[in-house]
Ligand binder design. Sequence first.
Ligand code: KG4
Ligand code: ZN
Length: 380
Amino acid sequence: MLVLGIESSCDETAAAIVRDGAEILSSVVASQIRTHAKYGGVVPELASREHLRKIEPVVEEALRRARVGVRDVEGVAVTEGPGLIGSLLVGLVYGKALARALAKPLVGVNHLEGHIQAVLLENQMDRRAGKPVEEVRLPAVTLVVSGGHTSLFLVEEVRSAGGSRPPVFTYRRLGQTRDDAAGEAFDKVAKLLALGYPGGPLIDRLARGGNPQGVDFGRIKMKGNPLDFSFSGLKTAVLYRVRGTPLALEAEERRAWLSGHENVTNDELRSHCSQATLDLIASFQNAVVRDLVERTLAAANSAQVDSIFVSGGVACNSLLRSRCLEVSRQQGISVLFPSPGLCTDNAAMIAAAGYYKLQAGERADATLTAHAALPLGAGG
Ligand code: KG4
Ligand code: ZN
């Protein structure tokens, strides 16, 4: 079954053609980073406008690269939430109209389910390509960690008798952030230190030159559910380390320098950072990653599973990946990550998630609409 996936929940306009939830024929992502970079964060009104400009060419490009005609599409899957409402509506209305015009089934997909399905999609692609792959063992605990989300889910599959039909997936939320998402904390700390946007990849690279033990941020304490997250305190702790110190002056100088330069290389940026700034960055990243890994492990232990998935933009982080692999080796837990292109927002993950829903007979009707805060699965 050929599914067209459409994703527009934040600042990426994306479309993809995926066969049977397992083979990506095309995946096109139009990023708006340049539009939002000068504001140091996503500006919702500008995002909607960009999606409107890009949605049609991006879908056309996805069809062209997949070498399929629009009439070959057998189902349409669109992100229905969570995300920016104006952005979501652009992709959703486009997908809805297209499905209607083609008289093909339509299904709404939760963006977080997409991130989770990216792990399974990648695993199937690698298996088909004959690459050595980790065995997918469900149930699994999944950490979805991005600019908008930091949540832990228990993922299970229900297989039909005889296993002849594709499985149906169920999700239970185990914990989530109470304030900032981890990616948001990376972006805000980068903004505070005038490093550029988006902050996650920049901090990831700069941290390699810093001492992760340079600043002791301590552990993040949570009252109530120990599988919840909170990163706003850490961000404020960074602010206190900077405000009124030479680091603030240095950040202002960097801001002025950056405003006059485009396409700054890593080495150039690094040469404008003191060792104290690099140590602060490395220590901040270390504190975030340690917290993510410890809570994810705690979730796996309490759910008694030996399989962990990590997905979302922050899953590109090199320290998070290496720490998870260390845990995997030490504790015999399998840890699966999608490749970076499938970690960040894309429509292939939406098409894959939509495929399983369509196969299970799920159909959206004309009432399908976007929801800024759309929960995934049961759970408190
Ligand atoms: O999944 P995504 O593309 O969009 C959302 O759904 O939010 O994630 C984007 C987020 C941004 O906050 C970005 O700074 C972060 O992922 N990110 C990273 C890295 N690459 C992207 N954070 C830490 N380290 C990275 N290497
Ligand atoms: Zn996302």
